[in-house]
Design a protein around this ligand. Sequence first.
Ligand code: C2E
Ligand code: CA
Ligand code: CA
Ligand code: CA
Length: 278
Amino acid sequence: AKAEANNHSRFYIASVDQEIRARKQLEKDLAQALGRGEFHLVYQPQISLQSNRIIGAEALLRWSHPDRGMVPPDHFIPVAELNGTIVEIGQWVLDESCRQAAAWAASGMPLRIAVNLSAVQLRQPDIVGTILATLGRHEIPPGRLEVEITETGFMENLEDAVEKLRQLNGAGISIAVDDFGTGYSSLTYLKRMPVQHIKIDKQFVQDLLTNDDDTRIANTIIDLGKSLNLSVIAEGVETHEQEFYLRQRGCQIAQGYHFSRPLTPEAFREFVAQFHGK
Ligand code: C2E
Ligand code: CA
Ligand code: CA
Ligand code: CA
């Protein structure tokens, strides 16, 4: 039994060691990924449930690792946030999103672009100036940019976050609270925040019609949006029934596989033409 225990702990130590090494390798690869052009963006259409028109797109980051293939953002973004590389990566995302939005506008598709902003980015002292300069460089009117930020992004340094979001909002950029309901949702901060949209997290949309708790949570968020005069975006809409329910319940905007997966710029352009042509 003793030998077994020893073996067990040796195995344990070896696997922890492996994990640390894998993590260090990931960090090293991440630091080089930008320079090597391994990132690209895909765009998921956002549909107005009232007008049935595409009103914009959320930009989502993709990393194609030379050996490992596609690394999901949920896997590498937390690492990039911890070691700070998210600042540079996030700036690339913003720049690339604006470049794309300018290209769309030039071809008669002046759509709003929603960009995920990490709490680490929001903490940068020059973030407001950087965002405005990026818009300026691509000649994108601020009203065409939406910034998505999670509740944790607000909470870490509330005063500082409120001030920066005010400045962004004052310049005409709209703000969406991402993953609403999954964190420390507080009605007090929501009232103080210069926010225009709240996004119902896909975990509540997935079982919207089969789980009573999720139905109630989604209803509550939609009602909250109404009473605070915020429009509500449902993410992860996968079925016609979910779309139907959300529309008749008063949710304004939806995105999800039911409409479209996140698309390359070329596929996105085709999707818009088809969707509006039908
Ligand atoms: P998120 O912002 O909550 O994005 C929604 C996620 O749901 C995306 O995953 C999207 O591809 C996925 N999704 C969309 N429709 C459906 C659907 O109908 N069903 C299901 N099951 N999933 C759907 P993705 O692209 O893997 O991104 C994961 C997370 O990574 C994002 O969650 C966001 O927190 C983060 N992320 C992605 N791109 C960026 C970025 O450029 N910057 C930062 N800071 N974070 C990003
Ligand atoms: Ca998002
Ligand atoms: Ca989410
Ligand atoms: Ca998220």
